[in-house]
Ligand binder design. Structure first.
Ligand code: CTP
Length: 431
């Protein structure tokens, strides 16, 4: 095992000039992106770009109608691959584009999927390349993922809903639709999900559901302790690590509740979020939500103290040069209280603590784990990670310490979720 100093040197070693690992979560995935006719084709350009950005190899296939909305030239430039639009494409040696394109694909993603195209799919129609390819795909090994896009009336029509149900029954993975303003001027359900949301769905699709059936409660971000109506005490936590864990846990199949201090981060899809300001509010929200949770991850940087009295009005200078007298009271330790509860002690609730330290990480984290009485504690060096997109973690449990080297918070969160999943259900020693 490394010495404390070696471990810390390793963890503190932050080369800001070095390029961070790419967000290559779909690295090596071969995706056939099928476009059908609809105004949402404009979003397919961004989707293609996003998929390439996260490491996927994208092969675009377009119907004739899709080519009315966006050109194959655009899609070729974005995917870096020639686009297929016809089953008679002579570029294929055997003239069987419908077979060749699907055989080594990891998935076929139809985005946008028009109402008409979904109707074709459920009937096994094969009168042009894209539907022919979908029908000819090896159904057991090449999943079909469908992102519908249409006017709200078309989406709500019983025929469309019947088709969606049938598509699902046939094994397709049909994504939800978005809600909002539509190109036709109406407002409602039926918009295609945004590119980022579809990429997120794909990541989730390929994530093993190691937390299926679990309810994960996560706290994230700083707290804000008011001095008066315009001032307060807070810290530099951005909430990025906690939000990344929430997303990773959701992708791993968990129901996720997130209690967030004041942060400027958007809520990841599928996650129930409660916003709080102070440590006392966070404690109340946790106590309410933790009753049904099976895993509690306390990633928030909770303020240790709060002013014992928040002034009702702004404290003013009186010109004398005197400074206001502030006195503090200690905030309750949210994690320690939860970890002491009967459910946590009986193993019904698995608690994970964090330790934000500035030095002596291994020693501090080891002592903090015992003090907080949690089976797993995640140590990190606060000043080198607060607000950043990357981090380095030190996992401490009863068996010892394990380093998770510097990486993006997204990747660390995914690995942390696996570590937690491997521990739940086991009888964990706290000492
Ligand atoms: N924590 C908490 N409630 C508090 C303080 C901390 O729930 N009032 C939780 C944090 O969310 C984290 C863990 O306890 O999971 C450790 O937080 P940290 O700030 O590192 O340590 P403290 O307990 O505050 O101790 P110290 O500041 O002395 O290091």
């Amino acid at each position: 095992m490394q010495s404390t100093r070696e471990m810390e040197n390793e963890i503190i070693k932050v080369s800001r000039s070095a390029t961070l690992p790419n967000m290559n979560d779909l690295h090596g995935k071969r995706i056939v992106l099928g476009l059908t006719g609809g105004i949402a084709c404009y979003k397919a350009a961004e989707l293609c770009r996003s998929l390439v950005k996260v490491g996927a190899k994208v092969q675009v296939v377009m119907t004739e109608s899709a080519a009315q909305f966006i050109t194959p030239v655009t899609m070729q430039a974005l995917s870096g691959q020639p686009v297929f639009t016809s089953q008679w494409d002579a570029r294929e040696g055997n003239n069987m584009a419908h077979i060749n394109l699907s055989r080594d694909a990891d998935a076929i993603l139809i985005a946008p999927a028009s109402a008409d195209f979904m109707a074709k799919l459920i009937h096994g129609k094969a009168d042009e390349l894209l539907s022919l390819m979908c029908l000819a795909r090896p159904i057991q090994t090449v999943p079909l993922i469908v992102a519908p896009a249409m006017n709200r009336e078309m989406w709500a029509h019983p025929a469309t809903q019947r088709n969606v149900a049938q598509l699902k029954a046939d094994g397709a993975h049909v994504l939800n639709v978005g809600q909002g303003d539509q190109a036709c001027g109406e407002t409602g359900d039926g918009r295609m999900l945004e590119a980022e949301e579809i990429v997120d769905e794909l990541l989730s699709f390929w994530t093993p559901k190691v937390l299926q059936g679990q309810h994960v409660l996560i706290t994230a971000g700083p707290t804000y302790e008011a001095i008066d109506p315009v001032r307060g005490i807070t810290n530099l936590s951005s909430g990025k690590m906690g939000f990344a864990i929430a997303k990773a846990a959701y992708h791993a199949g968990a129901k996720v509740s997130l209690i967030a201090g004041p942060v400027s981060l958007s809520t990841p899809r599928g996650i129930q979020r409660v916003d709080v300001l102070s440590a006392m509010q966070m404690r109340d929200a946790v106590h309410l939500a933790v009753q049904s949770a099976t895993i509690f991850i306390s990633a928030a940087a909770v303020a240790d103290w709060r002013p014992d009295h928040a002034a009702n009005y702004k404290i003013k200078k009186d010109g004398s040069g005197d400074t206001p007298e502030l006195s503090f009271v200690e905030n309750p330790d949210i994690l320690a209280a939860v970890a002491r509860s009967t459910r946590a002690q009986s193993g019904e609730l698995f608690c994970v603590g964090f330790a934000a330290e500035s030095h002596d990480l291994l020693a501090q984290a080891t002592a903090k784990r015992v003090r907080k009485d949690v089976p797993l504690l995640v140590g990190n060096i606060g000043p080198s990670t607060f607000g950043q997109d990357d981090n380095a973690l030190l996992l401490v449990d009863a068996e010892g310490a394990k380093e998770m080297p510097r990486d993006t918070k997204t990747h660390l969160a995914q690995d942390l979720v696996k570590e937690i999943a491997s521990r739940i259900g086991k009888n964990h020693s706290r000492n």
